[in-house]
Design a protein around this ligand. Structure first.
Ligand code: BMA
Length: 335
């Protein structure tokens, strides 16, 4: 077991967890008390979903996407002792620049990810390129989850999905991202970009294309939670979208990328890991969406908790084991 230990993950003996139900024949299973965050989670906030959670001290913190009563999304900070019951601040995060001055407000902030790199936590999200109502990837850093220092946007519009790797690779920061359009984007592949300093992003490479393994991922794909380092490669859980006559359906897929050269795809599961089927996934503001944005992983056991947005309305949890997901992805790979 030790050589399979998920590298770079902490021990989390108290992370949210439920054993796989008897007779369950899939690698992921849902938390029996889903959803963990319901409608109207804070005054003026209608829905919390597609949100990011990390261990912090002996508890958990999160950056939550909350769509307000004008349907514009903002980012809110939250704390939890157990990773399930959340206290989310009513006031949205207000970013400052590197001199501590307030940043101009974007029209929207959504789909955050949080990653610890060394002693610093970085937040990435879909951010308005100010003055254009067009999406790019916002980047901020925090040392204490009180002050959030916003850095340069990573890209020109249009890009709506930015996910950092949890360490530098060959001396560079690496971010998965998905160039898009300004609408609901009926296309999308996964790229990666590199930066020496978290400011200048380049060396862009294609990683995975949509439409590879079946209709379930035929329309578009995009990175989900921060990649997990394993002895078999970076485990990337991603969202995968089919476009049918009634709209999009968002499922979760898995792939493995080379540890030192993550543009190299090693394996890619040819079926979804989880697809909307529960009422809280099929019914809501946007039906049929399971959108993963964060994981907690216990290095000792490989237990994995996946936080995902359900129907753009709720926050839900699914469980699995990293070793089993890696083995399943290799065994069912179509690469
Ligand atoms: C995507 C993003 C997500 C959302 C999904 C389904 O393009 O906007 O935030 O969950 O659509 O509406």
């Amino acid at each position: 077991m030790s050589e399979q230990r998920p590298l770079g993950q902490p021990s989390l003996p108290n992370m949210p967890w439920e054993e796989k139900p008897a007779g369950h024949d899939k690698v992921l299973w849902r938390y029996s008390a889903n959803p963990i965050i319901g409608r109207n989670p804070i005054p003026g906030g209608a829905r919390a979903f597609n949100s990011a959670v990390v261990p912090y001290g002996d508890a958990y913190v999160g950056v939550f996407r909350i769509d307000h009563h004008n349907d514009m999304p903002q980012l809110h900070f939250g704390r939890s002792a157990n990773g399930i019951d959340w206290e989310i601040r009513n006031e949205a995060i207000h970013f400052v620049d590197e001199d501590g001055a307030p940043m101009p407000r974007s029209a929207y902030y959504y789909d955050p990810r949080v990653v610890r790199i060394g002693e610093i936590h970085y937040v990435t999200w879909c951010n308005e390129f100010i003055g254009t109502m067009s999406p790019t990837i916002g980047v901020a850093m925090t040392e204490d989850f009180e002050t959030f220092v916003q850095l340069e946007n990573a890209y020109l519009p249009f890009n709506r999905n930015g996910v950092l790797f949890p360490r530098k690779i060959n001396g560079e920061y690496v971010m998965l991202n998905r160039p898009s359009d300004n609408g609901h984007t009926p296309f999308g592949d996964m790229y990666l970009s590199r930066s020496p300093d978290m400011t200048f992003w380049g060396k862009h490479r294609l990683v995975m294309k949509a439409g590879h393994g079946g209709w379930w991922e035929g329309t578009k794909i995009g990175a989900g939670p921060v990649p997990i380092e394993t002895s078999e490669g970076w485990l990337v859980i991603y969202h995968a979208v089919i476009g049918n006559c009634n709209g999009f359906v968002y499922s979760m897929g898995s792939s493995l990328l080379d540890l030192e050269n993550p543009e190299r795809l090693l394996a890619r599961g040819n079926q979804y890991l989880l697809s909307p089927e529960k009422d809280y996934e099929t019914t809501g503001f946007v039906p049929n969406v399971a959108f993963p944005c964060a994981t907690l992983c216990d290095a000792d056991t490989g237990r994995l908790a996946i936080y995902y947005g359900a129907a753009d309305t709720y926050t839900a949890l699914a469980f699995g084991n990293v070793h089993e997901i890696v083995a399943w992805t290799k065994a069912n790979s179509s690469v």
